[in-house]
Design a protein around this ligand. Structure first.
Ligand code: OFO
Length: 172
């Protein structure tokens, strides 16, 4: 059985994953109307789906452990970006925040000696290593590319396989 404290903290994470999914969905829609960003568009749509899956996993865990998963209301995410670089910078910052939040959950689980939740959270700990790596890699590449159009063309072509080759994104 989850403590009230643990349940509330996990529900906050449900909100965070839902916000991530919405934020990346908005990035996908924005990328979709930019010329020549079909690969990036697919990447954001896929990323949004993955965040939804992270949320669903939490919802089912909370309910399975005798809690009640709260489906949150969501604020409108950022809809437009001055550049692709800005969108990826936002993505990276967001992932760092999510990692901090997951670490906070692990702290609570350990303090409460809730080893089942601690065990459950390890999947998220590993996932965040991968998500941060991928976001950092995208940012580094965009930094190198700068205003170079052919570089951007290659980035758009290659992005869809980046996560898969990194070992994290193809698994789920
Ligand atoms: Fe759910 O991993 Fe990104 O936010």
């Amino acid at each position: 059985m989850l403590s009230k404290n643990m349940q509330d903290a996990l529900n906050k994470q449900v909100l965070m994953e839902a916000q991530s999914s919405q934020a990346y969905l908005a990035m996908a829609s924005w990328a979709d109307i930019q010329p020549g960003l079909k690969g990036v568009t697919k990447f954001f749509y896929r990323h949004s789906e993955e965040e939804r899956m992270h949320m669903l996993k939490l919802i089912s865990y909370i309910n399975e452990r005798g809690g009640f998963a709260i489906i949150p209301a969501l604020a409108q995410p950022t809809l437009t970006f001055v550049s692709l670089k800005q969108a990826f910078e936002e993505l990276f910052k967001h992932e760092v925040k999510v990692s901090e939040s997951i670490n906070g959950l692990v702290d609570i689980a350990l303090t409460e000696k809730d080893y089942a939740t601690h065990n459950f959270l390890q999947w998220y700990v590993n996932e965040q290593i991968e998500e941060e790596r991928l976001a950092r890699e995208c940012n580094d590449k965009l930094e190198l590319i700068g205003e170079d159009k052919s570089g951007l063309y290659l980035f758009d072509r290659d992005i869809i396989t980046m996560g898969i080759e990194g070992g994290g994104k193809g698994k789920h």
